[in-house]
Write a protein that binds this ligand. Structure first.
Ligand SMILES: *Cc1c(COP(=O)(O)O)cnc(C)c1O
Length: 385
């Protein structure tokens, strides 16, 4: 091959230029420590308000040991798809533990929460069907909807009147209908009005899929999520979540009826045609569920921390939050970047979240059960200055 001037990728440089000019450019940052309330980020110790490890379990010794033991017993990889050679008793045990916790008949674990959403949505609806989707839904719900080929209609964020209006106008032209929503919205921290949503679902004969990624381990008496928080366990729901946030591992799950899970095992392409969750990740998540259920004081401590910060930061431009995600609105991407930089100089890691991830720029704080009073006070002080 000779070196030629043929370059069909010239547009990449232009496109990157546009991203830079809009202040939308993003890069990875290297963390050099165990996960926790304090991390070492590029050589500096910082109090960490950027982690989804809400209960401080990702660095827990018991979970680390469970993962090591599983790797020693079953190896590093599960070596095949679950239906061929990739199924272990660990998967069965984790799925049983999740179903018990979520109070559903059954559960199924996927390689990530993202894949759980893609696989479930595409299995449930197709060309003849309708999806009603909250406008602020997570990327995995939106992309799952796109991949399904169903007709997608977005409703205004958490707006039940708008949802009902759109169902009224469109529902009877389609076969099945699926309502999809985050329960705790990942970039805002507010909660979907689940009971009202479910009564609309019943009125219009819709299936409802809720994404509990940021609610699992956070909301509800046992941390089972928003469904538990609103006591909606008896509704015919599809509950999706991740093993990678409060559970400190990697992977995703779907919890629901035995029929639903049986159907997904036969129809969800992102479960059938991918390698089973690794033994280490599976064992870590299983241990995490066990610890969360045995040590409810972790969730109590998390909520003490959340309520403390909501009160101390109440004079700031807080977005409405009822979870471990607390956001402070800022006028521009540059203002958000500057604020994040100032916080970092004060020893705090709190990222700026900008378009296109969100419509308006903000500082996004993730609260952990393992933040101490001193960590929280340092944050409040940094904002006061
Ligand atoms: C993080 C997240 C996911 C994806 O979960 P992963 O296991 O990290 O792939 C899905 N939905 C929501 C709402 C999330 O915040």
């Amino acid at each position: 091959m000779h070196i030629s001037s043929f370059n069909p990728y010239g547009w990449l440089q232009k496109s990157l230029g546009t991203i830079h000019r809009a202040n939308w450019y993003r890069q990875v940052k290297t963390v050099n420590s165990l996960p926790g309330a304090v991390i070492e980020l590029e050589g500096r110790k910082l109090v960490n308000f950027a982690s989804n490890d809400y209960l401080g379990l990702a660095g827990d010794e018991r979970i680390i040991s469970a993962a090591i033991k599983a790797i020693e017993t079953y190896g590093t990889g599960s070596t095949g798809s679950r239906l061929l050679s990739g199924h272990r008793e660990l998967h069965h045990n984790l799925e049983t533990a999740i179903a018990n916790w979520k109070d559903t008949e059954a559960a199924l674990v996927f390689s990530s929460g993202y894949l759980a959403n893609l696989g479930t949505i595409t299995a449930l609806v197709g060309q003849k069907d309708l999806i009603l989707s909250d406008q602020y839904n997570h990327s995995s719900l939106k992309n799952g909807a796109n991949l399904s080929n169903a007709k997608i209609i977005e409703y205004l964020h958490c707006n039940i009147a708008d949802l009902r209006k759109k169902l009224h106008q469109n529902r009877n032209q389609y076969r099945r209908c699926l309502i999809i929503t985050d329960t705790v919205f990942s970039m805002d921290g507010d909660i979907c009005p689940l009971p009202e949503l479910l009564s609309v679902a019943e009125e219009f004969n819709c299936m409802t899929l809720v994404d509990e990624a940021h609610a699992t381990g956070v909301l509800g008496d046992t941390g089972a999520g928003c469904v538990e928080y609103f006591h909606c366990n008896n509704y015919p729901l599809i509950q999706i979540g991740t093993l990678s946030k409060a559970l400190g591992s990697l992977g995703g799950y779907v919890a629901g009826s035995r029929e639903l899970i049986d159907f997904l095992k036969n129809r969800a392409a992102t479960w059938i045609y991918t390698t089973g969750l690794s033994p280490g990740d599976t064992a870590a998540a299983l241990k995490a569920v066990e610890i969360i259920r045995k040590e409810p004081e972790r969730i109590k401590r998390l909520w003490q921390n959340i309520n403390y910060l909501l009160e101390k930061l109440s004079s700031k431009n807080l977005l409405p939050s009822k979870s471990s995600i607390i956001c402070l609105g800022l006028d521009s991407p540059q203002a958000a970047l500057n604020q994040s930089e100032t916080l970092q100089q004060a020893g705090i890691f709190a990222p700026a979240i900008r378009p296109p991830t969100v419509p308006t720029s903000r500082i996004r704080l993730s609260v952990m059960a393992t933040h101490t009073k001193a960590h929280l006070a340092q944050l409040v002080q940094a904002f006061a200055n």
